[in-house]
Each structure stands twice: as structure tokens, then as C-alpha cells.
Design a protein around this ligand. Structure first.
Ligand SMILES: [Zn+2]
Ligand SMILES: [Zn+2]
Length: 239
């Protein structure tokens, strides 16, 4: 990491990213504390279960907590966290209703069967704890949706903060490499070399034109070099 102050647009973007990240984590937190499953027992008693009692909600809550504890400083980590939350909420959408029905069926068998056996002797209709035929989407609570929205905001924040992310910058400066078209040597892209450090050929990246005289970078549509005024060939081949 360099100690030079970062340019204003990057800092403004980083601030924006941090706000989005914290907002997204707050959404995930509220979602995981909110109801993920709502169902009725004995026809009129409504029970709601918060997200964190399920594995997927607990994991989402952990991501939000980590963001607040300091992960908000790394947009890259937040981005990964948001992707994980997407995965877990998608899984929860399918599996939470199954889990609820499974528990209800178990309770029905355990608690109600002895009572029902007694009732059967007197030809009284069985006690039903809950209606197991409820469609799966009807069993899902609003908290799951809040968690997904929070993860979307967290993802946006992570993307916005990527240019200023220390890990992403480190990866770019230490891992992303260019390649010399003449000799095949590789160099770190962050060095922005004008010549190949191995053979001295003007370093050309795909889609980038260099001035044949001073080797300054030309922009698309330039007819003359902005640095030295030399006329640029329309399509510069390898020098
Ligand atoms: Zn070379
Ligand atoms: Zn030039």
C-alpha cells in the first residue's frame, strides 16, 4: 500500500461504499432477527420463528456482525459476504418450510397421538396441531426478504468500494500481469511500463495504442500524439 493520498473520486466512492455496506449489514441484521417462518397451530395461534434459529439465518447474522466489527473496511470481504448470504437465503427459502413441517409432524405424532387414541375411543375427531398442507410460500416470514434486500445493498457497497479496497489493490499490484507480445515476458500491470523490461520492445497491451515516437498512450480516435504531436497511424501494429 502506498501512503500517497487517494484521489477525491476514490475517497467519495469509498465513503459511499461504506454507507451502503453498513446499511446493507443493518438490513441483513434486521432480516435475521425478523421472522423467517410464520405458521398457525391449533387453527388460531400464530407462531413466528426469527431467522437466527435456522442455520442459514444464524450464518447471515454472523456476516452482518462481522461487517460491523470491522469487515466494512474491506469491500472485497463484504462482497463475498453478500454472495454467501444470497446462497444461504436461497437455500432457506426452500428448506425453512420443510423444516417447519417436519417439526410440526413430529410434534403431532409425539404429543397428539396418545390424546387422539383416547379421543378415537369416544369417536371424537382427532386433535390436529397444525395444517401440514399449507403451501410452502405461506410459511415464509418477511424477515427472509429483508435479509435478501440487505445482501443486495451490501453487494452494491462491496462493488462500489472495490477500487479503494486494500486487498483488491494489493491483488492488482501483485498479481495482475501484462505480457510482451514480442518476447512473452510478463510484468505487473500496475507498473504501467512503456517498454518491455526484458527485450525493450514498446509494451503494448491489447487495445492500447502507443505513440511510435515518444511511446505515450494514445486514446481511441486520436490522430496525433497528445504528448509530442507525432501523427499516429490509424491502427498501430506491433513496433
Ligand atoms: Zn519483450
Ligand atoms: Zn508522442
Amino acid at each position: 500500500m502506498t501512503l500517497t493520498p487517494r484521489p477525491l473520486p476514490i475517497r467519495a466512492l469509498a465513503l459511499c461504499a461504506t454507507l451502503l455496506i453498513l446499511g446493507g449489514a443493518a438490513g441483513i441484521l434486521a432480516g435475521a432477527l425478523g421472522p423467517w417462518a410464520i405458521f398457525r397451530v391449533f387453527h388460531n395461534i400464530e407462531i413466528s420463528l426469527p431467522g437466527f434459529v435456522f442455520l442459514w439465518g444464524g450464518l447471515s447474522l454472523a456476516v452482518a456482525t462481522l461487517v460491523f466489527l470491522g469487515a466494512y473496511r474491506s469491500p472485497l470481504l463484504c462482497l463475498l459476504g453478500a454472495l454467501l448470504v444470497f446462497r444461504w437465503t436461497a437455500e432457506a427459502e426452500r428448506k425453512v418450510p420443510e423444516r417447519v413441517k417436519f417439526q410440526l409432524a413430529g410434534a403431532q405424532l409425539e404429543a397428539a397421538s396418545s390424546v387422539n387414541r383416547l379421543l378415537d375411543q369416544f369417536h371424537i375427531p382427532d386433535v390436529q396441531i397444525a395444517d401440514l398442507n399449507t403451501p410452502n410460500p405461506d410459511l415464509l416470514g418477511a424477515g427472509l426478504g429483508w435479509t435478501v434486500k440487505g445482501a443486495q445493498v451490501l453487494l452494491l457497497g462491496g462493488l462500489a468500494g472495490l477500487p479503494g479496497d486494500p486487498v483488491a489493490v494489493w491483488l492488482f499490484t501483485h498479481a495482475v500481469r501484462g505480457r510482451c507480445r514480442a518476447c512473452g515476458a510478463r510484468w505487473l500491470l500496475a507498473r504501467r511500463p512503456r517498454f518491455c523490461p526484458a527485450c525493450g520492445t514498446p509494451a503494448q497491451l491489447r487495445g492500447v495504442r502507443l505513440c511510435p515516437h515518444c511511446h505515450a498512450r494514445a486514446r481511441r480516435g486520436d490522430r496525433h500524439c497528445a504528448a509530442c504531436g507525432t501523427a499516429l497511424p490509424s491502427a498501430l501494429k506491433n513496433a
